[in-house]
Structure formats: structure tokens, C-alpha cells
Write a protein that binds this ligand. Sequence first.
Ligand code: RIB
Length: 306
Amino acid sequence: MDIAVIGSNMVDLISYINAMPKEGETLEAPDFKIGCGGKGANQAVAAAKMGSKVMMVTKVGADLFADNTIQNLEAFGIDTEFTTKMVGTSSGVAPIFVDQESKNRILIIKGANEQLLPSDVDHAAEKLKTASLIVLQLEIPLPTVYRAIDFGSEHNIPVILNPAPASKELDFNYVCKSDFFIPNESELEILTGMPVATGEQIREAASNLIKKGVKNVIVTMGSRGVMWITKEKNETVASQKVTAVDTTGAGDAFIGCFAHFFVENGDVLQAIKKATAFAGLSVTKRGTQSSYPTSMELEAFLTSLN
Ligand code: RIB
């Protein structure tokens, strides 16, 4: 197994809006799209689309969304042996609002994702041990995230921790135990309490984490690119100029694609460059997983940049 994603899945209910209604107001919005999402599933799909062998440890509810979510993962070749249906609960859903500037606001109702427990990591142990990389986000209970990080340490498997959505309760010892910590700017701000308005401020906040013992901090900054900070390195990869129509799931696109190329050859900077282009392409289409390019589209885009 190349990559094990232990994390969330959601059904994305995306409204394309001209304005948010005020209290008591009813407003018409021009468009709506339903799709498979969830930060974990998005990252799994991005990696699988690039050609990685991916497994997902996740939970769906016992409702009309469940089978569709499992079938969708399987359609991308993702191993769903440890994707479990939970009786008596709903699947995770995410009402999303995308405005005319292609910016998004996301609500999550975690549903079955809330029931992904540390014991589920142990239950999947034999298959997880075969993974070259574990990928985690924060839409599942923190004890499960911690168990997965410990599992990675016990079995010498590198771990990516994407602290999304940001939680101030995140135990910093586990941030240090992960190999790659990948927040966006707003998550970095919440988790460090430091300002992130400028590139210099982002660098300072990320460097602060490095001083406290984090190994690799990779900050995704949207149109401003991606910053990679370690004790020795301080690199910024620019993002390509594209016409954005929907930025939802771009961070997940980056992480899944980065995971694939990191496992493929271990070259972090190269993986960041390819993942930045992949995420850039994803914002040119609507939806989350449905906006992710194929590896041929990514290669064509990379070639066009040279
Ligand atoms: O990062 C985007 C994702 O966040 C959406 O797919 C939504 O489901 C939420 O999890």
C-alpha cells in the first residue's frame, strides 16, 4: 500500500451564491452542485488519481449517501476494506457556499466521522503496516488522530498531519511527532496565535513551529503559493496564474498530490511543485474531487509552464 488516509468523508452540498442572506431574508442563488467530499476522501482521491495505491479508514452513516460514497472511493481504485457503515447515524455532510469571487465558506456536520475511533486504527493495523505514508486531517476525533500518529512512529511510517479544520485543542506533542505539518495560512494563524497577513509573517509563524520541534512545516497560501520551512530550508514555490472558479478542496488537492509524489521518489521540493500545479488546476473547475485533474492533464499543464 502506498498511502493510508485515516480520516473523513462528507457529502458536499455546494451552493454558488451572489450574496449570503441576512437574518430572515430569502435569497435566490444561481446554482447548486452535490458531490463527494470530506478532507480525507478528497486527499485520498487526489493521490489515487495520480496513481498511488490508497486505502481509506473512514466511516459512513446508514443513509442514502453511504453506498454512493463507498462506490465513489472504489471507482478511484481506493481500498475500502476499512470503510465502515455505522447504523443509527448519518453520513458526514458539508453545506458549502461559493461566492462570485470563487471563495468558499464551509459548514461540516461530521455524522459518522465522529465515530472513527482509535480502535479502528488498530483494527486496520495489518494493512496499515504495509503503507509507505499515513495522511491525517482533523475532521475525526483527536484521539484517533493521535493513535494514528503513534502507529506511524511505532512502524516507521511517515505521517502527514493536515490540521484542518484548525483545533486549538490539538496536542503540540503530536504535531512534533508528525513528519509533515501542512496548514493553510488561517490554520497557521489559529494554531500559533501569530499574524499571517504577509509572507514574512507566515515565515515567522512557521519558523516558530520549527523552533518548537516541528520537522517540516508546509504552508499552503492559495494564489501566493506554498512555503516549506525546516531547520535548514526556507523555500517558497509560486503558484501558477489561473482563472479560479471554485477554490473548495484545493488544499486537499495539494496534500493528496504531494503525498503521491513524495512516496514516489522522496523529493519534497519536487512534490511541492507538482502539487502546487495540481491544486492550481483544481480551482479552475467547480466542485471538490470533481475538479481534480488527471495525471495526463497535470503533465500537460506542467509542460505548458516550461
Ligand atoms: O476541504 C474541502 C472539504 O472540506 C470539503 O470537501 C468539505 O466536505 C469539507 O470537509
